[in-house]
Design a protein around this ligand. Structure first.
Ligand SMILES: [Zn+2]
Length: 395
């Protein structure tokens, strides 16, 4: 077992990081000689991992961190690897956010902690999971440290694409692009991680369009599967403008339920983890002195809820898009597997009841709804006008 085992379909990226992690650090070897110099160049202080949501960017970042901190280049079982997995390694600092932006204070704290020398390992490793969620001012703070990195620190930034970062930051990092993993790769990962049958694993990977986190959730959570099915059913049953109005309200409800379910799972986990780290057994009363910690946590969790609804709506829109893409595929006779194979006959009748240009208009309307909701338009309005466009089948 190694830290690289649990990543789906990213062998090229893994090869790059493996090579970098096995290069001796400056503290361990003398001046590079001959071919050693060329090997040395495969290691750099600043990395950017890009890839679509769910492709495993942050998993890969932590695998690389473990490989840098483990004496055995990422064995996956030693205390170093385990501490990285638990995010408790003393030489690892990680910044992840559930909010819309990373605050400048968060980055300031991280930059300050980068100045310390490694306490036990070869490196100090700094991971920024959502480097695209920084304002320009915050980015510039990070830029300073990337321009003059403290010795023996390694920065690993993650973002959907390089274009999401300031050009000045882009020019300071080595970018490693992840690809959308194959459905089969994601299904294999699901089978390794959770106890489900092969068919469920494949179906979840396909329906999540290879988004690893969503695929795992669909595979293990029947309610999430039901919500997805209902979302598609609403679109398939649209006949009139009044269907569209009712459907939009229902979609919003589904998105809210989905967001609440995800938030509740995570909040409970986080609370238990925090209590444990404070030495309180599950179920025991929280001592007075620790209550402010818990209050802080609850406030953070509340702040997170806003973004979580927006993510919930976006998941629904991605599911709807997969349906109309399937319809389009049938209309154009372009072949290839449908995402929603279980709805094959519904997709076929929807395809014959409309035209490619009407389907395209609906897909555009979905993209527009995503953009409008991203720009803070009231979700109910955006969803409604999207479904009204979907009703207009004659295009
Ligand atoms: Zn290890």
């Amino acid at each position: 077992m190694t830290v690289w085992d649990d990543l789906a379909g990213q062998s090229d990226a893994i090869a790059v990081f493996r090579a970098a992690a096995t290069v001796p650090s400056a503290g361990e070897s003398a001046e590079p000689r001959g071919d050693e110099a060329s090997v040395r160049s495969s290691m750099t202080h600043s990395w950017l991992i890009t890839g679509p949501p769910g492709s495993g960017r942050s998993n890969l970042a932590y695998a690389f961190a473990a490989a840098l901190l483990c004496p055995d280049a990422g064995c996956g079982v030693c205390p170093h690897c385990q501490q990285v997995a638990a995010r408790t390694h003393p030489d690892l600092a990680a910044l992840a956010t559930d909010r819309v932006i990373i605050t400048i204070d968060e980055v300031r704290r991280l930059v300050t902690s980068a100045q310390f020398s490694p306490s036990v390992g070869r490196y100090r490793v700094m991971v920024v999971e959502d480097a695209d969620r920084m304002t320009e001012r915050t980015s510039n703070l990070l830029l300073k440290v990337l321009e003059e990195p403290p010795p023996r620190t390694v920065w690993i930034l993650c973002a959907p694409s390089a274009a999401d970062l300031l050009p000045t930051i882009r020019s300071r990092v080595r970018t490693v692009r992840l690809r959308v993993p194959d459905v089969a790769d994601v299904a294999e990962l699901i089978l390794r991680r959770v106890d489900v049958d092969e068919q469920t694993a494949l179906r979840s990977a396909r329906e999540a369009q290879s988004h690893i986190g969503m695929a795992l959730r669909l595979a293990t959570n029947p309610e999430a599967r039901d919500r997805r099915a209902e979302t598609l059913r609403i679109a398939l049953d649209l006949r009139s403008v009044s269907d569209a109005v009712i459907g939009a309200a229902r979609l919003l409800q589904i998105a809210g339920d989905d967001a609440k379910a995800i938030t509740a799972e995570r909040d409970a986990e986080e609370r238990e983890h925090t209590l444990r780290s404070l030495g309180v057994e599950p179920g025991a009363a929280v001592p007075m002195a620790l209550r402010s910690h818990i209050r802080q946590l609850e406030e953070d969790q509340k702040r997170r809820a806003t973004r979580s609804l927006r993510d919930g709506i976006d998941r629904i829109l991605v599911d709807l898009l997969s349906l109309y893409r399937d319809v389009m595929k049938v209309q154009l006779g372009s072949g290839g597997d449908l995402v929603n194979t279980e709805l094959d006959s519904d997709v076929r009748s929807a395809a014959s009841a409309s035209t490619p240009s009407a389907t395209l208009a609906t897909m555009d309307a979905i993209a527009l709804a995503r953009a409008r909701i991203g720009a803070n338009v009231a979700p109910a309005l955006a969803l409604e006008s999207m479904l009204v466009t979907a009703v207009q089948k004659e295009g």
